[in-house]
Design a protein around this ligand. Sequence first.
Ligand code: G4P
Ligand code: NA
Ligand code: NA
Length: 190
Amino acid sequence: MKLLEEYIRTYGEVPNDDVLKVDAFLNHQIDTRLMMQLAEDFKEHFKDQKITKIVTIETSGIAPCVFLGYLLHVPVVYMKKNPSKIMTDDCYHTNIHSFTKDRDYEIVISKKYISSEDNVLFIDDFMANGEACLGAIRVLKEAQATICGIGIVIEKAFQSGRKQVQALGYDVYAQARIASLKNGTIVFAE
Ligand code: G4P
Ligand code: NA
Ligand code: NA
């Protein structure tokens, strides 16, 4: 997506060879005009799917999903990370290992908000090694929901996420694909 690539070129920061910081429009400050454009792009890409629900993981996936949910007239459910004791609903959950942050975390979703009736579009802001996406797939499968699409805002194509997810038989649509961040230079994949 050209507009997103422009934002990444203009506002993206590369603190090291592996990480792209996009706090200016996605991970801290949120550019609402861009979020709407991302939503329009996902809507167009997944227009043949009968989506009943959009699912993401807190926090940064929520912003584009809310715009998309509004456009598609469907609810957005975000999986919670490391839920507090206040979360007493009956839940599906799984543990995820983050290589980037070198720690494990749990994601949960209440059984109230996901079921075998749902055709889910899963969206996340970043895909690195794909662990978050694989965890979300495990949870959605346990809920017997149908996964009708996986959409990612920014894919780091030099990491293994896409390969892992495709190995399970799911296609991944990414709005921007980063081929390399070496030496502070952002290179997009074709
Ligand atoms: P993986 O699920 O694809 O294996 O990713 P990983 O554990 O490596 O990433 C952990 C967190 O770091 C995720 O966000 C992910 O979105 C984010 N992340 C990974 N690589 C990058 C990057 O290059 N740039 C930025 N900006 N984020 C990256 P999180 O912190 O768990 O969630 P959130 O609260 O930000 O949504
Ligand atoms: Na995220
Ligand atoms: Na993130």
